[in-house]
Design a protein around this ligand. Structure first.
Ligand code: PEP
Ligand code: MG
Length: 324
């Protein structure tokens, strides 16, 4: 199926009304790296570092991590890679780390919460990332930030690690960006100061949607119950775009919806300019964006809202059929 899109692989994604959309890919294992070339991805928008921890039976050593991250950066060349720090807990349990049984793991001790409570692991990973960058640009992103203070504490650890590496005589990253994933509704309502200080924000749509609708993403009984194109959810996404616009905070979206063409189209229409998805989705998403006028899609969405539609999907689908 990839072959169908080879003719547009190197084509920059510009919509009919001139919006430039960055299509980047999600990755996590070495096996994903060749897709950087074959998919036409402009970078890695989400590198899920926990996957390399999950496929092992003991905690990796720092040096092993350095080697792995180096290979990722080597493969990416000039393309930007967003390394997400360990996102464990909830559905991702490390067999070699003490597991605490929790009544609601998705709402429990996970991601940055684990990192802040287990600073040693966080520091080791940050050190490995800095050493792997070895003077090249480095982009780090913390998952599941629910309030500004968590981001600040994590960023403080990054700064500390940078100072330590400097003292030890290691090369520092040429540039350093530290971002936060917006995966809980709370962060969308953080004080303006947070939006001013964070280097970038990436919406983790899978988690954000599960918390927005209070519908477990792992539970077959409810996980498809609410449409991602639900007007309430899109309105919420739009409010995040507006907040980021005010502070000029770079914003991306990296949940599964970014890889679904119709969803990606609506996200772009709401103002998202960077979408991170599985490599195989880049062709189909690009193909639709190239043919579409976002202003028109915005109008369809606005009309659906005014009519009081529950989801904009029927209206957008009808518009797409009329386009063909
Ligand atoms: C998300 O929650 O949308 C996300 C990208 O992170 P993960 O799917 O790894 O939880
Ligand atoms: Mg998530």
């Amino acid at each position: 199926a990839q072959e169908r899109y080879t003719s547009i692989r190197e084509t920059p994604t510009v919509t009919q009304d001139g919006a430039r959309i960055n299509l980047v890919m999600n990755a996590g294992l070495m096996a994903d790296l060749p897709s950087l070339e074959t998919s036409g991805a402009e970078g890695v928008g989400l590198f899920r570092t926990e996957l390399q921890f999950l496929v092992r039976n003991k905690m990796p050593k720092r040096l092993e991590l350095v080697t792995q991250y180096q290979r990722v950066l080597d493969a990416a060349g000039d393309k930007r890679v967003v390394f997400r720090t360990l996102d464990i807990g909830s559905d991702k349990v490390l067999p070699y780390m003490k597991h605490v049984a929790e009544p609601n793991p998705a709402l429990g001790w996970r991601a940055i919460r684990v990192g802040l409570d287990k600073r040693g692991v966080m520091r080791m990973q940050l050190q490995a990332l800095i050493r792997a960058a070895n003077g090249r640009p480095l982009t780090v992103m913390f998952p599941f930030v629910a309030q500004a203070e968590e981001y600040r504490e994590a960023r403080w650890e990054v700064n500390k690690t940078i100072e330590r590496e400097k003292r030890l005589g290691h090369a520092l990253p040429e540039t350093l960006e530290v971002g936060a994933m917006l995966e809980t509704p709370s962060l969308a309502f953080a004080p303006q100061k947070f939006f001013d200080e964070v280097d970038f924000i990436s919406i983790g749509g899978n988690d954000l949607k599960q918390f927005f609708f209070a519908a477990d993403r792992e539970n077959e009984l409810v996980r498809r119950r609410y449409d991602s194109l639900n007007v309430s959810f899109l309105t919420f996404i739009e409010s995040i775009v507006e907040r980021c616009d005010i502070s000029e905070t770079p914003l991306s979206f990296c949940g599964e919806d970014a890889g679904r063409p119709v969803e990606a189209l609506c996200l772009a229409a709401m103002g998202l300019r960077t979408l991170s998805m599985r490599p195989a989705s880049i062709g189909p998403v690009k193909s639709l964006l190239l043919r579409s006028n976002l202003q028109e899609v915005r109008k369809i969405i606005a009309d659906a809202r005014h009519r009081g539609d529950q989801s904009v999907r029927p209206a957008v689908m009808e518009w797409l059929r009329n386009q063909a």
